[in-house]
Write a protein that binds this ligand. Structure first.
Ligand code: FAD
Length: 528
């Protein structure tokens, strides 16, 4: 438990009232702010209430996908139940159509309920930081404390730095220091203790403090959000109802489901991770990202469970490539968050390597972009991956790299378009990781792929989907076509009948010739 921030302002009432503000931390286990507020409340004899804001305007600003918003909405009633049953705290959910409403609603809540302290976990994106600064300013004229904790990373931003105290530009030395720091530290989970609560928040009409009320408000908000997205016309090729249905089955809500998923992965798959993680048809990765993104599970728990497995399976001094590899993926997640804190301008979609913004003549060809989005490029691995994303809201990591490179190198389309599209679809859409992944693929980011190392989507298929199992799952029209043909651009072109049809199959010609496109991209990056 963090030891600072002990002296809260308790001048308000005989029995002080504190407010826990949930954001992207929808869990009660190892939630740093929640544990801190419960500890303080128990020490001071204070009451605790909790609040969450549904913020459609901000979701749109971040291009948050419908499946992710739905995941949040499904999680809220479960969080409310757990808070009530395990910690004796009531969660109030408010709809804030405009993002800045959060600040005024919080101020009103504090005034009406004589709240003397708000606690929350840090968020690192631009609008969120501005919102918090606005609240801090507003509360400065009062005697209400607003205290935030670092919770989203395993090790907080700005704690893993070079000898001259700056952020690492390259992952490997960052990872070495990150790993060493963890090995020598005794990382503790922050578990919240139940509070002896009497708090009932006086709220406006839009709030819904009963579980049923939360369910109703969340459902209405989802339905309105879906309508808003449909009205933009941008996602006409997506069957949103089918995508939602898939995500609801594939990602049961709540922290219990998240912890179960982690345990199953560690019991069944982590020991083969290094080899299997690159084979999309095996589903051998943890698929925990959707839960990490909304904070239904703590990244520290993921790290600790993996470390325990390391000890159990391989002894105290045990070292294991599979488990190390998985832990290093968790470190990538930390890395990109630390990078965002170091370079807050990234939130405005600036290239990390700024010169690429002026040097590269990116394409904005809408037809090419839509062909990529809808999975009609004529490159089987790319199309299967995009159709999988559109149908499920998830894409395997290897395929994220291959599709992103295809868009930014073979089509030379601005990475920001793809970045945005991924956010609109992914259930695990997360600004820092998504921006990091896109800038890696586009060779515009920190420690990104060298511009001349361009993945060939056909040989990627041959290596990572040799039998074309994944391809044929998402492109059933290609079921009868031999795998070796699908992994060769030359063979595909030879086999194509006139009119862009694959013999009697309705499948298009590859939209670009990879070798030529690769050369063009290299020339573009070399110039200037
Ligand atoms: P596992 O392989 O089981 O890894 C465990 C966890 O480590 C993941 O859940 C994730 O939190 C973290 N992780 C793994 N790989 C990475 C990585 N390369 N960068 C950062 N964290 C990583 N991840 C997101 O969570 N949200 C995104 O919006 C996102 N967009 C991406 C876009 C592109 C273009 C690329 C190349 C990668 C992106 N990633 C993103 C990273 C990665 O693809 C996903 O985290 C991973 O596929 C999630 O599946 P998993 O939970 O089974 O991962």
């Amino acid at each position: 438990m963090p030891k600072d921030n002990q002296n809260l302002n308790n001048s308000h009432a005989h029995s002080p009232h504190y407010l826990m503000w949930f954001r992207r931390d929808l869990r009660i286990h190892d939630n740093t702010a929640l544990a801190a507020i419960c500890e303080q409340a128990n020490a001071q004899g204070a009451q605790v209430s909790a609040v969450f804001f549904l913020t459609p305007e901000q979701w749109q600003a971040h291009d948050t996908s419908l499946v992710q918003v739905d995941h949040i909405a499904r999680t809220l009633p479960l969080l409310a139940k757990a808070l009530q049953n395990q910690l004796n705290i009531t969660l109030n959910v408010h709809l804030c159509p405009s993002f800045t409403d959060c600040v005024s609603t919080l101020s009103t809540l504090c005034k009406d309920n004589d709240i003397s302290c708000i606690m929350a976990n840090h968020e690192y994106e631009g609008n969120e930081i501005e919102r918090d600064e606005q609240l801090t300013k507003q509360l400065a004229q009062t005697d209400i404390d607003f205290i935030r904790w670092h919770d989203q990373c395993i090790l907080p931003p700005q704690t893993i730095t070079t000898n001259d105290d700056s952020m690492y530009k390259v992952f490997t030395p960052f990872y070495k220091k990150w790993r060493h720091t963890l090995e020598v530290s005794n990382m503790q989970m922050h578990e919240a203790a139940a509070v002896n609560n009497k708090a009932k928040l006086k709220t406006s009409k839009s709030s819904a403090s009963t579980i049923k009320g939360i369910e109703k408000l969340s459902k209405e908000t989802i339905s309105n959000y879906q309508k808003t997205l449909q009205d933009t016309g941008l996602l006409a090729h997506i069957d949103m109802d089918a995508q939602l249905e898939h995500a609801r089955t594939a990602y049961p809500a709540g922290e219990d489901a998240a912890r179960q998923r982690l345990s199953t992965f560690i019991a069944d798959d982590i020991d083969n991770y290094d080899v299997s993680r690159d084979v999309p048809s095996l589903h051998a990765t943890s698929q925990i990202s959707a839960y990490l993104t909304i904070g239904a599970i703590s990244p520290r728990l993921c790290y600790l469970q993996a470390s325990k497995a390391q000890e159990k399976l391989h002894g105290n001094d045990g070292d294991n490539d599979d488990i190390n590899r998985w832990i290093s993926e968790l470190a990538w997640r930390d890395f990109y968050r630390h990078v965002l804190v170091d370079r807050p301008d990234l939130i405005r979609h600036k290239a990390y390597k700024e010169e690429t913004d002026t040097k590269i003549n990116w394409s904005y060809n809408q037809d090419d972009f839509e062909t990529w989005c809808s999975g009609r490029t004529g490159v089987p691995l790319i199309d299967a991956a995009m159709r999988c994303l559109n149908a499920t809201g998830f894409m395997h990591n290897r395929l994220r790299m291959v599709t992103a490179m295809f868009l930014t190198k073979d089509l030379l389309i601005d990475w920001r378009l793809g970045e945005r599209y991924f956010m609109q679809q992914l259930i695990d859409g997360d600004f820092a990781s998504n921006n990091g992944g896109w800038q890696w693929s586009a060779s515009t980011g920190t420690d990104s792929a060298p511009y001349f190392r361009i993945m060939n989507p056909f040989s990627q298929g041959k290596t990572h989907d040799p039998e074309a199992i994944f391809i044929k799952t998402w492109l059933p029209e290609l079921k009868g076509v031999p795998a070796n043909l699908l992994h060769s651009e030359d063979k595909i072109r030879q086999a194509l009948a006139k009119g862009g049809k694959f013999a009697d199959v309705d499948y298009p010609l590859p939209m670009v010739e990879h070798k030529a496109a690769r050369q063009l991209a290299i020339t573009e990056f070399k110039k200037g």
